[in-house]
Design a binder for this molecule. Structure first.
Ligand code: UD1
Ligand code: CA
Length: 453
């Protein structure tokens, strides 16, 4: 049985931010969300988040995550002091405590499982995740005997010059036999450079404490400043891209592409340069996205293309061509085999199959039938300054160039709207509608004008 505790009370001074460190976003999710996710497959019996600096904000941000317990550390006197706050909450608990840092977001669940397994197998009082880093600056140094039994952990700021040479670092991830830890926690001292109660200090009072090197040192990268945040993002991107390429996705110029790890791609999707895939996006096989597109929280069917376009919160069915330079936003649903072309904006609209909106249009709050042709420059006037109104366009209807459709409005099936019309009233099926001033031609007018003056 394991209880998970996450250290998230610190301010994160080195971030130089008003936002608490653990709420900073890494590839679309906050650091703390990522930490929680890494522990979820362990099926912890309790998940306790230790909050302090801007506790209200941190709690509010985590509101929708089920089964979290928040424990307050009202003054931040160090990581040991933070874990001391658990004492009244775990009084009769006899299992293990897994301590995670809210600022170590790249851990794999597999790594945590292995840590727990080694901890149990060896019946350790504590097992610590460590790594050998070529540049250990900033991390606590772990000193072990030849059997990986930890003798001491010294914080970077407390290290003597020879101690600084030790490249084995504390990852800040620990598994403790809780009953043993609970006995020694109250005796921590703050005799150190930062005048803090350090959690790693407990190791000298526990027996045995084992260090386990993580296989991929990148997993325990701690985020203390913006540079480390950017480094973590690069690591995450590399992981995500390698995963998709291995799964049969072509990335043309991967370095210029970004893909959130919440995105799902099918084999034989091609992502062109300068393309960014975000949030809960799903792209089906045969689709070709980019160059230069941003797709966010959207579902694209098979064989869709999206060239230099922005698609957010939308659904696009198979075989539809988007762009260049189209913008779909606010819950758009585009049917199969459609074309949404140059400089077209769609907002909260639904296009039936095989409908074309090819050039220079805005459709807002509009539903079209199938095989509709929206002529170049057709605009729905959906907003009267107070309310938004709906436009309904029937099957096979065509609008001429530069039509204005003043909502609320219904155009029936097989309607033709003459170019340049401003339509303010509903039009029945099978009609031609012309709503523009009749052309007047005055022959010889120019010549007469000249001779008069
Ligand atoms: C800590 C470890 C260090 C390790 C490194 C790994 C200590 C003393 N040092 O150093 O050995 O190499 O992590 O990343 O533990 N926190 C609280 N309450 C506090 C102070 C901190 O909840 O009073 C939280 C922070 O929000 C953060 C975590 O604990 O999520 C770690 O604190 P931080 O100040 O970043 O410790 P490091 O100096 O990185
Ligand atoms: Ca840290």
């Amino acid at each position: 049985m394991v209880v998970v505790a996450i250290l998230a009370a610190g301010r994160g001074t080195r971030m130089k931010s008003n936002l608490p460190k653990v709420l900073h976003s890494l590839g679309g999710r906050s650091l703390i969300e990522r930490v929680l996710e890494s522990a979820r497959p362990l099926l912890p019996s309790r998940q306790m988040v230790i909050v302090g600096y801007q506790a209200l904000e941190v709690k509010a941000a985590m509101q929708s995550t089920p089964n979290l317990e928040f424990v307050e550390q009202t003054v931040q006197l160090g990581t040991g002091h933070a874990i001391q706050q658990l004492l009244p909450h775990l009084e009769n608990y006899t299992g293990d405590l897994l301590v995670l840092s809210g600022d170590v977001p790249l851990l794999r669940a597999e790594t945590l499982k292995q840590l727990l397994q080694i901890h149990t197998e060896h019946q350790n009082a504590a097992t610590i995740l460590t790594a050998q880093l070529s540049n250990p600056t900033g991390y606590g140094r772990v000193f072990c005997n030849s059997e990986n039994i930890v003798e001491q952990i010294v914080e970077d700021k407390d290290c003597t010059p020879p101690q600084k040479q030790n490249c084995r670092i504390n990852g800040g991830i620990y598994c403790f036999r809780w009953q043993d830890l609970a006995k020694v926690l109250p005796h921590l001292q703050a005799n150190n450079a930062q005048k803090e109660y350090y959690l790693p200090d407990v190791v000298s009072q526990l027996e045995p404490v084992m260090a386990v090197d993580v296989q991929d040192y990148q997993e325990i990268l701690g985020i203390n400043d913006r540079l480390q945040l950017a480094t973590a993002y690069q690591i995450l991107q590399k992981r995500v891209k390698e995963k998709w390429m291995a799964a049969g996705v072509t990335l043309i110029d991967p370095a210029s592409i970004t893909i959130d790890d919440t995105v799902e791609l099918q084999p034989d999707v091609t992502i062109e340069p300068q393309t960014h895939l975000r949030g809960h996006t799903v792209i089906q096989t045969g689709s070709r996205i980019g160059p230069g597109s941003l797709i966010e929280n959207s579902q694209l069917g098979e064989n869709v293309t999206a060239l230099y376009s922005v698609v957010t919160d939308s659904i696009v069915q198979a075989g539809t061509r988007i762009g260049p330079y189209a913008h779909l936003r606010g819950h758009v649903e585009v049917g199969a085999g459609c074309r949404v072309g140059n400089f077209v904006e769609l907002k909260n609209s639904k296009l039936g199959d095989r409908t074309n909106v090819a050039h220079l249009s805005y459709l807002g709050d509009t539903t079209t039938g199938t095989r509709v042709n929206i002529g170049a420059g057709t605009i729905t006037a959906n907003y009267d300054g107070v309310n938004k109104h709906h436009t309904k366009i029937g099957d096979r209807t065509s609008t001429g160039s530069n039509s204005v459709l003043v909502a609320p409005l219904t155009l029936g099936d097989d309607v033709y709207v003459a170019a340049g019309s401003t339509i303010t009233e509903d039009v029945p099926d099978d009609s031609l509608v012309i709503a523009r001033a009749r052309q007047v031609v005055k022959p010889g007018w120019s010549k007469k004008q000249k001779s008069d003056t």
